[in-house]
Structure formats: structure tokens, C-alpha cells
Design a protein around this ligand. Structure first.
Ligand SMILES: NC(=O)c1ccc[n+]([C@@H]2O[C@H](COP(=O)([O-])OP(=O)(O)OC[C@H]3O[C@@H](n4cnc5c(N)ncnc54)[C@H](OP(=O)(O)O)[C@@H]3O)[C@@H](O)[C@H]2O)c1
Length: 320
């Protein structure tokens, strides 16, 4: 088969011939229809993801839409130790797969499931989120952030504060359900103060930035909180602004702050997969909107390093 192949963590994958993987156990060999180029895929391909074991060569790709031998289509998440999905063919594990609803566009589903499941699973599995609560999405202008705004409203949030840097994309989030917008552009201290004004009393923070914006936002929110004993669930999901923060101990004593993460490891694969059917139905029904751009898999090497169109997920499509 043809595949995107990483032979060095310093170089983008090349489109090459690669041995077709052999199914074991319940696995099924499927034709890949569409596979998303998510940040998680990039970090796996450059060896920086926290699950990377350093082994090469590898085929990148953590999920895909595939066609089974009987013609049915399914969205699936690749097994951790199986080759990735950016290939003509990949191994589908039925325990990590959900049928594609009729009429669903494989490119849109491949683009949206990874960014969408980050907030969907976090709100449904990591916290006891109830309709009427309010949410801050920190880093709302990326693919995951714009899905998080929609998903929070869809799950019943009464108020969603969307915070991000890109002014143009921030504006679009009102149409997707944001009830307040906060720009993170400019002086970081001033941005934190704006966040404190707009979001001090939220119940949940969905955090895609970490780093400086988070480090400044935590005290900015907590010191302005009307009732500091009211729980604030801070869900760490991404780290677009930095891998680390410094957290003064007083913030944990002075308020009811509960920091947790949501991702591979803090949730079981079975727990994540159990949420996928409901999410894929919403995507197929068009309740949640996602922007995608399809590129032939043969162009993977060029596409990998081409400028990323913000807010639109690149999806690689094998043509075999
Ligand atoms: N744990 C999980 O389950 C899970 C699942 C999916 C994604 N993630 C993680 O979530 C993060 C976002 O993923 P994504 O798919 O939305 O990526 P994306 O589409 O590439 O969006 C990333 C956005 O981050 C923003 N950004 C970058 N640097 C920033 C900074 N210094 N301060 C503030 N914003 C900054 C940019 O928005 P502006 O142009 O506005 O600056 C950019 O659009 C990534 O870290 C990803 O790995 C985690």
C-alpha cells in the first residue's frame, strides 16, 4: 500500500510504499477514506507527544473514517500499538469504531471528531456538568476551541465566554454560541484582567492554552470570584501556549479550584469510545459545524509544512 511514512522525527512524512498491516484478533483491514492532521498527529510524528516511544519508521494518524470489506463506513480511533491511519489501508479495532451515520461526509467527520471529542468527553466524563452552568473556553479560536463553544452550549451551558487571540475568528464565535468574547491579544496582564472581569464566576474552564495565559488567568478569575467556595473545575486539555505554569499555593487554599486534565490516560479508551456515537450523530445532523480541507494523501509531505489555515482542519484522503 501507499502511506505517509516518518523515517526521522526531524522530517515530515513522505508518501511511500509500505507493507500493508496484518490484522490480528478482531482487527479488520479497512480502506482509509479520510484522516485528520490534528496537533496530536503532528506531535506523534515529531516524537514529542507524551505517549511517543521513539520507534521509527512510523505511519502517523490517530483516527480516520474507513470503509470495511462489506462496504460499511466507520469512524475509528487507531490502536495505540497499530500503524497510523495516514495510509491507503489501516487496522480497525471494532471496540474503537462507530458506524458512520447515513449521509455523513467522511472528510468533515475526520476533521471534527478529534477536536470535538476533547470538550465533549471532558464535559461529560471529567466533571459533573449540568445544564445552566457557565463555561470559559480559554483558547477558543482553534479547531477544538470553536467546537468547545458549540458543545458547551449544546450540552446546556447558559453562558459561554470565548477567549482567543485572533480577532477575526473570535468574532465568528458569537454565531456559534459564545455569549461573551475576550481577546487574549496584547499585554498578557491586561488580557488576564479582561478575563477576570468577564469570567470570574464561571463553573468550568476548558483550557486549550496552558502556559502564560493560564498562569495569569487563574488568580485573575479567583480573586474576582463572588463566592470563592463555589467549585471551579479547570479542565486542562491543550497546551498551545506552553507546557508548564507556576501555580502559587494560595490559589488552592483561597478558592475551591479543582484542576484536572482530560485526554489519553486520564480517561480510558473505552470511556472515550462510549461517547463517540452520540457525538458523531450531532456532527452528521449538522448540529455542530466544523471546517475541513481535503488534500490527497500523495501530497502529505508538502501539506505537512504548508501554512495552516487557522480554524480549518486539514484532512488527508487516500485515492486508492
Ligand atoms: N486532550 C485531548 O483530548 C485533546 C484533543 C484535541 C486537541 N487537544 C489539544 O488542544 C489544543 C488545541 O487543538 P486544536 O485542534 O484546536 O489546534 P488548532 O486548530 O491548531 O488551534 C490551535 C490554536 O491555538 C491558538 N494559540 C496558539 N498559540 C497560542 C498562544 N500562545 N496563546 C493563545 N492561543 C494560542 C491559536 O489561535 P489564535 O490564532 O487565536 O492565537 C490556534 O488557532 C492542542 O494543544 C491539542 O493538542 C487535546
Amino acid at each position: 500500500m501507499r502511506a505517509a511514512v516518518v523515517r526521522s522525527f526531524d522530517h515530515p512524512p513522505r508518501y511511500e510504499e509500505f507493507a500493508t498491516p496484518e490484522p490480528t484478533g478482531d482487527q479488520v483491514l479497512v480502506d482509509v477514506l479520510a484522516a485528520g492532521l490534528h496537533p496530536r498527529v503532528r506531535s506523534g510524528a515529531n516524537g514529542s507527544h507524551y505517549t511517543s516511544d521513539g520507534r521509527l519508521p512510523l505511519i502517523p494518524g490517530v483516527d480516520a473514517v474507513g470503509r470495511l470489506p462489506d462496504g460499511r463506513r466507520a469512524y475509528f480511533v487507531a490502536d495505540d500499538d497499530a500503524p497510523g491511519t495516514m495510509a491507503d489501508q489501516a487496522l480497525l479495532d471494532p471496540r474503537r469504531a462507530v458506524p458512520l451515520p447515513d449521509g455523513a461526509d467522511p472528510v468533515v467527520v475526520a476533521a471534527a471528531m478529534n477536536p470535538a471529542m476533547s470538550s465533549w468527553v471532558a464535559l461529560r466524563r471529567r466533571v459533573s456538568f449540568t445544564p445552566g452552568q457557565s463555561v470559559l473556553v480559554l483558547g477558543a479560536t482553534g479547531n477544538a476551541g470553536q467546537m468547545a463553544v458549540q458543545i458547551a452550549r449544546h450540552l446546556g451551558a447558559s453562558r459561554v465566554v470565548a477567549a482567543g487571540r485572533d480577532a477575526g475568528r473570535l468574532e465568528t464565535l458569537t454565531d456559534l454560541g459564545a455569549t461573551a468574547l475576550v481577546t487574549l491579544a496584547g499585554d498578557p496582564e491586561q488580557a488576564a484582567a479582561r478575563l477576570g472581569e468577564a469570567a470570574a464566576d464561571v463553573d468550568v474552564v476548558i483550557d486549550y492554552t496552558w502556559g502564560a495565559p493560564t498562569q495569569l488567568a487563574i488568580p485573575a478569575l479567583l480573586t474576582r470570584r463572588t463566592d470563592r467556595s463555589a467549585a471551579l473545575d479547570w479542565i486542562q486539555i491543550g497546551s498551545t501556549a506552553g507546557a508548564d505554569i507556576t501555580l502559587p499555593s494560595f490559589v488552592l487554599r483561597a478558592a475551591n479550584l479543582r484542576i484536572m486534565g482530560s485526554g489519553q490516560g486520564s480517561l480510558t479508551a473505552a470511556g472515550i469510545v462510549a461517547e463517540l456515537p452520540a457525538l458523531i450523530e450531532e456532527l452528521a445532523a449538522g448540529t455542530l459545524s466544523a471546517a475541513a480541507r481535503a488534500v490527497p494523501l500523495a501530497e502529505v509531505e508538502r501539506a505537512w509544512t504548508a501554512p495552516v489555515e487557522p480554524g480549518r482542519r486539514l484532512v488527508l484522503t487516500p485515492t486508492a
